[in-house]
Write a protein that binds this ligand. Structure first.
Ligand SMILES: C[S@@+](CC[C@H](N)C(=O)[O-])C[C@H]1O[C@@H](n2cnc3c(N)ncnc32)[C@H](O)[C@@H]1O
Length: 275
C-alpha cells in the first residue's frame, strides 16, 4: 500500500458508511424516493457551507442535461447526485477512499440515479479517463489533500474538453501562520498541502487555465463563529456530518473556524476555463 493511501485511509476511511446512512434513514421512516439533496446534504456534502454552497457555486456556471461532469474527490457523491438531479446531466465521481465510493454507489443506486451517476475509486493525480472526455470538472474541498498540485491540474486539463469549466473550492494558507490541527481534512500537517491563494492561481494559470470567477470567501469564514455552515431552511433529517466524518468533526471544524478567524486559512470559490 502506498504512503498516500495509508495516510488517506487514516483520515477518511469509515466502515459500512453507506449501510449506516441507509439504516438511519430507514429508522426515521424516510423512503429512498424522498432522499432529496436536502435530506442527504448534512451527511453527503462534505465541505464548508454544505449543499447551499454547492448551489451557489453551481449558479456561477451553466450546466445542461447534455453535459458529462467529472467530480474529483467526490466523497460519498452528494454534489454529483445534486448536479444530476438538478440539471439532468451525467456525472462521474472519483475518489481515493474506497469506503466513500462504496457509499456513493449504494446511495445513488437506492435513489435510482445509477444510469446517470457513476463512481470510480482512484487518485486525482492519475485520472483514468481519455483525453477531452468531460464538459466540466469539479473539485470541492479536495486540493488541501493533494501534494502534487501541478500534476493534478495537468490531469484535469487533459481530461477536459477545450473551453470546459473547472470549478474549485479551495482552502489555502493564510498570512497569519500555521493553522491549528486537527483540521477537517487532516489530523496533522503531514497530510495538509495548503498554498497561498495567489500561488495556487499562478499554478492553475500556468497549467493552461484562465480564471473566470474568483470569489474570496475568507471574510465570510472569518465572520462565522465556529466554522459551521450557514443555516439553510430546516428539513427533517436524521443525518449529520458526524455519521460521515466521525464524532470529533465538530472539534476539527472549530479549529478550522479559529484558524480562519486568525488569518491562518483562506477560502476561495473559483471557476476556471480550460484554454
Ligand atoms: C473534504 S472531502 C470533500 C468531498 C466532496 N468533494 C464533497 O464536497 O462532498 C475531500 C475528499 O477528497 C478525497 N481525496 C483526497 N485526496 C484525493 C486524491 N488524491 N484523489 C482522489 N480523491 C482524493 C477524499 O477521499 C475525500 O473524499
Amino acid at each position: 500500500m502506498s504512503a498516500i493511501k495509508t495516510v488517506h485511509d487514516a483520515e477518511y476511511a469509515t466502515a459500512n458508511l453507506g449501510e449506516r446512512i441507509v439504516a438511519a434513514l430507514k429508522d426515521a421512516g424516510i423512503p429512498p424516493e424522498k432522499w432529496t439533496p436536502e435530506i442527504l446534504g448534512p451527511a453527503d456534502q462534505i465541505h464548508g457551507g454544505g449543499l447551499q454552497q454547492t448551489q451557489v457555486h453551481a449558479a456561477l456556471v451553466s450546466i445542461t442535461s447534455d453535459m458529462h461532469l467529472l467530480d474529483i474527490g467526490c466523497g460519498i457523491g452528494g454534489p454529483a447526485r445534486y448536479f444530476a438531479t438538478e440539471f439532468g446531466c451525467r456525472v462521474t465521481g472519483i475518489d481515493l477512499t474506497d469506503e466513500y465510493i462504496d457509499a456513493a454507489s449504494l446511495l445513488t443506486q437506492k435513489i435510482g440515479l445509477s444510469d446517470r451517476v457513476a463512481f470510480d475509486c482512484g487518485d486525482a493525480t492519475a485520472l483514468p479517463y481519455d483525453d477531452a472526455s468531460f464538459d466540466m470538472a469539479w473539485a470541492l474541498n479536495v486540493t488541501m489533500n493533494i501534494e502534487d498540485r501541478a500534476g493534478f491540474y495537468a490531469g484535469v486539463h487533459r481530461v477536459l474538453k477545450p473551453g470546459g469549466r473547472f470549478c474549485i473550492s479551495e482552502i489555502g494558507q493564510g498570512p497569519g501562520g500555521e493553522p491549528y490541527y486537527p483540521l477537517t481534512w487532516a489530523a496533522d500537517p503531514a497530510y495538509s498541502f495548503l498554498l497561498p491563494p495567489e500561488d495556487m492561481r499562478t499554478l492553475l494559470e500556468s497549467s493552461g487555465f484562465r480564471v473566470v470567477e474568483w470569489i474570496d470567501e475568507t471574510a465570510r469564514r472569518k465572520a462565522s463563529t465556529d466554522g459551521r455552515p450557514a443555516e439553510t431552511a430546516p428539513v427533517e433529517t436524521p443525518l449529520t456530518i458526524e455519521i460521515t466524518r466521525g464524532a470529533d468533526y465538530p472539534d476539527r471544524r472549530k479549529n478550522s473556524g479559529r484558524s480562519a478567524k486568525e488569518g491562518r486559512l483562506t477560502n476561495v470559490m473559483l471557476v476556471a476555463e480550460r484554454i
